[in-house]
Design a protein around this ligand. Structure first.
Ligand code: IPD
Ligand code: CA
Ligand code: CA
Ligand code: CA
Length: 269
């Protein structure tokens, strides 16, 4: 994708993200219908659906040949990464949206033939926007984010980790490995929005994020943003991330990445 085209697309995408965010903010106290999807804790609201529909309509009206890959089913059926694809999570952190009315984000990644060109993560209630264009650095509210520091040590690191790792049915890693990791780290946090967790690693407010089951829309924007500050993103087993399917994620400073893979993550799958 050439730079001029990418800049135009970026300006448009950002405008729509801010507009969608403004809409969510204006309705934040409205009564809510909450439905469940795969299980009782997998929530969805009309706001998730309306927001994805908003993007799908705008994109189809404006860019006939672009495709939409979204969580709530208003996009296209995506079987390959060919072409220009908007990978959208209309509300990342729906549980926070429902319970806390904050700490959720709109996440939009624009990919061209599988390459992440644009990433936008909007922390809606804080009105904070993280953005990146491939090769042009990452920004928070238009201020460039620093590159990750040269050195980083696990014993001084804070990782975003989800406590579901501790459940006996966790099929991904041995508990031994995760216990060792938690003991070695300075501390852990759980924010409940994968997109914000990626943004926080890019911003340097946490040092890494390790998680079991994410979908392409959870990570598409975050991958573009984090790579721009020198972060490494792979599956929890160190493989390239598959942007079409469910995946584990290890996203952090390159030094921490090696250490986590070598020492702690003993993948069963
Ligand atoms: C979820 C959030 C959460 C992560 C889940 C995701 P959603 O996205 O990112 O932090 O742990 O795996 O599904 O459903 O709120 O868009
Ligand atoms: Ca969801
Ligand atoms: Ca999500
Ligand atoms: Ca979502």
């Amino acid at each position: 994708m050439d730079k001029i085209h990418r800049n135009q697309l970026y300006t448009q995408a950002k405008e729509w993200v801010l507009e969608a965010g403004q809409r969510i903010r204006s309705k934040i106290d409205d009564p809510r219908t909450i439905e469940t999807k795969s299980n009782a804790n997998d929530l969805v609201t009309e706001m998730d659906q309306e927001t994805e529909q908003f993007f799908a309509e705008k994109i189809r009206e404006t860019y006939e040949d672009h495709l939409v890959f979204g969580e709530e089913g208003f996009g296209d059926e995506i079987k390959s990464l060919d072409g220009t694809i908007w990978i959208i999570d209309p509300i990342d952190g729906t549980m926070n949206f429902v319970h806390q009315k904050r700490n959720f984000a709109i996440s939009v990644g624009i990919y061209q033939d599988g390459i992440g060109e644009i990433g936008i993560i909007y922390n809606v209630m804080e009105d904070t926007i993280y953005t990146a264009k491939r090769g042009e650095g990452a920004y928070k509210n238009n201020r460039q984010l620093a590159q990750l520091p040269e050195e980083s040590l696990l014993k001084q690191a804070i990782f975003a980790l989800n406590t579901t790792w501790m459940l006996p049915e966790n099929p991904y890693v041995s508990h031994q490995g995760i216990h060792e990791l938690v003991k070695t780290l300075r501390s852990t946090r759980t924010y409940g929005s994968a997109a914000l967790e990626f943004a926080f690693v890019a911003e340097g407010v946490i040092d890494g994020y390790l998680t079991m089951t994410l979908m392409p829309w959870d990570i598409a924007a975050g991958m573009v943003i984090l790579k721009e500050v020198g972060g490494t993103v792979t599956t929890a087993g160190g493989q390239d991330v598959d942007m079409l399917n469910k995946t584990t994620i290890l996203a952090c400073h390159p030094m921490l990445h090696d250490e986590v893979l070598e020492t702690f993550v003993d993948l069963k799958k």
